[in-house]
Design a protein around this ligand. Structure first.
Ligand SMILES: Cc1cc2nc3c(=O)[nH]c(=O)nc-3n(C[C@H](O)[C@H](O)[C@H](O)COP(=O)(O)OP(=O)(O)OC[C@H]3O[C@@H](n4cnc5c(N)ncnc54)[C@H](O)[C@@H]3O)c2cc1C
Ligand code: SF4
Length: 478
């Protein structure tokens, strides 16, 4: 275990951040790990029933690597970490860390800084040259096609390549990584982190084919015929729209259009000004209070927005939840992201009535109304508060209200797969098999809009199921 009295002796140390004024002038990562991670590992009390381990969707064996870090056995810590997580440098950067909410120390004080320890282990592994390709000793001769190169597709691909299958990843975009590439901005997630893993995976035998849209310039049916198994890991890319009057005005955009064009420019692509969506000098209204909304705020401030306002239809959560009621589960509580800290006004229980434009069709303002939630017959109902309408000046609105389900047109319609009641590809989480023989699905495409850590879990578990399907048995972990 860590140090028996460590949690009493040492305070939790968080990431430190560059000052706001310095960091909003660039798109680089701006956080720094504490220098002494060993004392942070020592804070793990090895509580007996590690709730953190269950709180983590990939069941990272957290107490064991905390102990190894405390005792300066970093190589061992890395091996334990990799036994459950293909990409700890992804989760160590952007996981919301439900493990820390479930940490037993969290009941009485500040949780062990699990996510930062995870990141420090894996980054040390890269620095020391401990992370090398794991090339399979034998090839099976089986071919697996994976559609989509987000965390679900990448983790499935790595698992399957390591047991000797020939894996080809088809990606419709021009770069690998899914939402980690073009959704999450560079200042939260530097893209070299994906490229480094891609190089490892290529050496392990994974082939990546970009600009390959299955169901469009690559036939889905041919893929199913040509490969021994197919995994659909195309994400849940259909954005939730806001069809109020004025939706067609210039200046109202889906968040992903705004974020993607920005990241492409940051990565050096030539995006002409007439295509680029700039927040410079504009009043920006971000509609939606989640991660995507935060990313729009951070990007707008880096463009030099005049003001940024974020509105959310749900009520403002409590700042400090009652841990005795919520622990070890993920509590609804007021969270402030680094992007929100950089400057924005936040408002809750606000609904959008219409977008107001000028004579040339350019957005000028958003008309909003305050709402209240009332429970009626066991159901929460939304009511507009009469006379509470107000306007926010806006030349740019980003719609960041989440995603409804995968895109149905193209690949999914061509294959005619059964969908669940929410419009996701139907498959259970035991074998991840769809309604079509030898076709599997994982990640947001199966479970709906979720998190990177859940996508990694699904990719790993789906890989195990595919290996079993191809070989009759499997040594891959679930
Ligand atoms: C802006 C934003 C910020 C987020 N921030 C966080 C965060 O901080 N932390 C976190 O944990 N999660 C975050 N998420 C959620 C997280 O990114 C997703 O849950 C995760 O990436 C899902 O992984 P996936 O592999 O299932 O799908 P995706 O990452 O969506 O990848 C799917 C890939 O499939 C490709 N594809 C789709 N259809 C086809 C086709 N027909 N042919 C070929 N390729 C196809 C797509 O182009 C895409 O590259 C965020 C999401 C967004 C939008
Ligand atoms: S992957 Fe997320 S939940 Fe799991 S240990 Fe890391 S930060 Fe915690």
């Amino acid at each position: 275990m860590g140090k028996a009295t460590g949690f009493k002796e040492f305070a939790r140390e968080n990431l430190s951040y560059a000052p706001v004024a310095d960091r909003i002038v660039h798109f680089k990562e701006f956080s720094k790990l504490p220098d002494d991670m060993q004392t942070q590992g020592a804070r793990c009390m090895d509580c007996g029933i590690p709730f953190c381990h269950n709180g983590c969707p990939i069941n990272n064996i957290i107490p064991d690597w905390n102990d190894a870090v405390y005792h300066d056995r970093w190589r061992e810590a890395l091996d334990i970490l990799h036994s459950t997580n293909n990409f700890p440098e992804f989760t160590g950067r952007i996981c919301p860390a439900p493990c820390e909410e479930a940490c037993t120390v969290n009941l009485i004080g500040d949780a062990v800084t699990i996510k930062n320890i995870e990141l420090s282990i894996v980054e040390k592994g890269w620095q020391e040259g401990w992370i090398t390709p794991q090339i399979p000793a034998r090839k099976t001769g089986k071919r697996v096609a994976i559609v989509g190169s987000g965390p679900a597709g990448m983790s499935a691909a790595q698992q399957l390549a390591r047991v000797g299958h020939e894996v080809v990843v088809f990606e419709k975009n021009d770069r690998i990584g899914g939402l980690m590439r073009y959704g999450i901005p560079n200042f939260k997630f530097d893209k070299s982190v994906i490229d480094r893993r891609m190089a490892q995976m290529r050496a392990e035998g994974v082939e990546f084919r970009v600009n390959s849209a299955v169901g469009d310039n690559v036939s889905a049916t041919e893929l199913v015929n040509d490969f021994d198994a197919v995994i659909l890991a195309g994400g849940a890319e259909k954005p939730r729209d806001l069809p109020v009057p004025g939706r067609e005005l210039n200046g109202v955009h889906f968040a992903m259009d705004f974020l993607t064009k920005n990241t492409k420019r940051v990565l050096g692509d030539d995006i002409p000004d007439e295509e680029f969506i700039s927040a410079a000098g504009k009043h920006v209204v971000v509609i939606g209070g989640g991660d995507t909304g935060s990313d729009c705020i951070g990007t707008s401030n880096r463009h030099g927005a005049e003001s940024v306002t974020q509105i959310e239809i749900m009520p403002k959560p409590e700042a400090v939840p009652n841990k005795l009621i919520t622990w070890p589960n993920w509590p609804m509580k007021l969270r402030t992201s680094t992007s929100q800290e950089e400057g924005c006004d936040r408002d809750w229980e606000v609904s959008t009535k219409r977008f107001i434009g000028d004579a040339d069709g350019n957005l000028q303002a958003v008309e909003c109304v305050r709402v209240e939630w009332k429970e009626e017959n066991g159901q929460w109902k939304l009511n507009e508060i009469e006379g509470s309408e107000f306007e926010l000046p806006a030349q740019l609105v980003t719609l960041a209200m989440g995603f409804v389900h995968p895109v149905h047109e193209g690949m999914l319609e061509e294959l005619g797969l059964t969908r669940d009641s929410r419009g996701n590809v139907a498959a259970d989480d035991t074998n991840y098999a769809t309604s079509m023989d030898k076709v599997f699905t994982a990640g947001d495409m199966r479970r709906g809009q979720s998190l990177v850590v859940w996508a990694i879990r699904e990719g790993r578990q789906c890989a195990r199921s595919v290996d079993e399907f191809l070989m009759g048995s499997t040594t891959l972990p679930r």
